[in-house]
Design a protein around this ligand. Sequence first.
Ligand SMILES: [Zn+2]
Length: 632
Amino acid sequence: MIAVYVWLFCLTHGVGQTPVQNKIEDQHVPLAPNFIHLDGYLDDYIRLSINRWNKGDLPYDTFVDFFRNGRPQFALGEMWGKAVRSGCMFYRYTQDPDLKKILETTVNDMLSTQRPDGCISCSEPEKQPDGPNGDLWERKYVMLGMEEYYEWVNPHPSILASLIKQADCIMRQVGKAPKAEITDLGWSATNIGYEPCHIESSSLLEPFMRLYKWTGEQRYLDFATYIIESGGTKHYNIFEMALNNVEPYKMAGHYPKAYEMLSIFEGLVEYYRVTAKPEIKQMLLNLYNNVRKYEITITGNGGSDQPYHPRVAGEAWGNTALEQTNPDITRMMETCVGVTWMKFCSQMVRLTGDPSAIDEIEKYVYNGLIGAMKPTGDGFSYVNLLNGRKVTNEGWGWKFDDMHVTCCNLNGPMGLAYIPYVAVMNSKEGPILNLYNQGKIDFLTPKNRSAKIDIKTDYPISGDIRIDLDLKKAEKFTLKVRIPEWSKRTTLKVNDKTIAVIPGTYAEIDRRWRSGDKITLSLDMRCRVIEAPRGSNRAGDHFQAVIRGPVVLSRDENMDENYNQPVSLKSDDGYIEAVQENPVSKDIKLQFSLPLENGKSIIMIDYGSVNNWDNNMHICTWLPLPLKKPTH
Ligand SMILES: [Zn+2]
């Protein structure tokens, strides 16, 4: 009798499965929850977002009601999962009991909408799987929200049991004929009057892989393999295209939607960890390298409307690294894209230990991400411009009373939640310092002793960082210190002994560490003048940008009506002698005076601090140079 009860319990609670061991071990591993406590610069943005967004006025109840009563617009069912997953990642960082309560309440509310066949869907059963309304995309986000909750907030067996029922319901409806094929389901790109692409549905790869890892149930891995074999879109095989090194803006033909594509490749990383297939790794490396090379702009995000995909509203890859000064661009760098790129980069650094992925994350965090955030903390810009009106809330979304919620408002906080997740990592050899925000870190040494790192700095106000170690017992291990690619003159010392470093690599300090050991790092904070890439229609124009450390500087119309007028910067060998000033307002983090060739100077501030929200003001990040007079 007891055995029957145990069996029934296991059946209803989803326990008893055997987790899958990865075949590929990560090089770098995130620290355990609550092991890192940042303060200052980046933490201020994190706290503001938690308080004003995840613990603020978010209409969690209405998000759940879409699953009870249907939704008034396609894909709105995504909102719940996105709100919950950033909340769970923030909880991983803060362990805040009030946030936990909010998450618990809404997860239980959502569980109560599960239908008898196991699905949690905004579409009536007779309409499922409901392609044009984005049913699969929405169900994916319910799964991701609950998976994040199960992993970081409360590993209650009822959550896993619900996930299993949701996944099994999807598998009864989606698959090889006579079921509905996954590439036949979705809204993209018929929503803009194009041939179907349906790229978003294949992002089910990630929640299925996470479920497979927890349960060991072969059917979930088989479904993941089915998704990959289906090619990711209706007409183009994006996995083969990645393997063949196709530039991202040419992938998926007319609709290389950047955010959805990156989401699929996040799932592909999980697939690689358990299958160890070398061609999968090659696809991941190629996409990573090609997005870096062809898409990412100076503020760390990518995608644009012009000149290649004008109808995809700035949300498709657009050869954007090259086109970023194109004056025809009206929308570019969707916040959903930047955040998903950041998450994909975190997967790549875990997998490969390649510090370039952290260079990418740092570039996005200090510029694109915080630059998209409302100063009030309750939202993020949809798309983001380098020149013109920096931010906008215009785009897909829904109004809840007077709160306009978009996909990007919902994804921005997830980017912030990933900062502590990647800032310091660990490995079998020892800890890895990735980002240099001030903070206190706990970690386990290779001999499994608890130890502490204390980072003291005002970075990126200055480039001076001091790191103190607190160990229970002296121990030999390797501590890795990331030397950013941009830091050409770096001083790294351990207890006053200088260590030679190479930009764009980790300095690997292998020694017998003792408590009280001190590391000092001084990064190259000279202002760099960057020449603009020549895009498709700028033969005569010329632009320059100024970057200091990780921070891109901009001219701000709020401070200077001549903000977009041509200037000749007085630079020497790619550097300019900028004078750091006290910001004119407390809302500005960094302010500089930069000399011009004519003896005058201009003021530039960090891109993140420029406020174009509730005014009609503009930004100028790529500075036009005066047109050269003809010499003949
Ligand atoms: Zn978005």
